[in-house]
Design a protein around this ligand. Structure first.
Ligand SMILES: [Zn+2]
Length: 183
């Protein structure tokens, strides 16, 4: 039985601890893709497949980037957002794992009445081919990792940052525009 990582929803969980955990895993697995790592319950316990895409979007991090390209600051934002999204959804009475039926990360103009349509409550998950809520670019989807889980992202808000030989994923063929996160 593999040991689980620290539970994001536990009272003992801290952003610092979560970042240390991600950084340690990244040092041992520099080529691992960040969104696959976010789903790895042995690194951090709690994030499901919907959160994975939503957290990477919120942090402006391309989900296919290798761990060795992820900065400490980006890890801090991702861990902080993970904790906030999960706590907010627990407070709403939604389940933290599972199919993400009740997860809300985007409330638009509706703060209190959440839409029953899941795709209207999320930034990118399930929104392939639709306009990004932030910049209007087309949201992409690709199967990722050994388990081929669906990953959704905005190629403009989450620019590709490669190193050396790394090849950009589909949807990101132009050069990286550094310093433009959160368009
Ligand atoms: Zn965008």
């Amino acid at each position: 039985m593999p040991k689980l990582g620290p539970d994001i929803l536990s009272n003992e969980f801290t952003v610092e601890g979560g970042v240390a955990r991600l950084a340690a895993y990244g040092r041992e697995n520099p080529d691992a893709e960040i969104a696959v790592v976010l789903l790895n319950q042995r690194v951090l316990a709690g994030l499901g497949n919907v959160y994975k895409s939503e957290v990477a979007f919120a942090a402006g991090v391309n989900p296919f980037r290798a761990m060795r390209t992820i900065t400490t600051r980006e890890m801090e934002v991702m861990v902080d957002v993970s904790q906030r999204y999960m706590k907010a959804n627990v407070a709403d009475g939604s389940s933290s794992l599972g199919g993400g039926e009740g997860i809300v990360t985007y409330s638009g103009n509706r703060r209190t009445t959440h839409s029953s349509n899941r795709e209207e409550r999320l930034w990118v998950y399930g929104r392939q081919g639709q306009e990004c809520r932030r910049c209007g670019a087309t949201v992409m989807m690709r199967k990722q990792g050994l388990q081929a889980r669906s990953t959704y992202w905005c190629p403009e808000c989450q620019p590709w940052v490669g190193m050396g030989e790394t090849v950009a994923p589909l949807g990101r063929v132009s050069l990286v525009r550094r310093g433009k996160i959160g368009c």
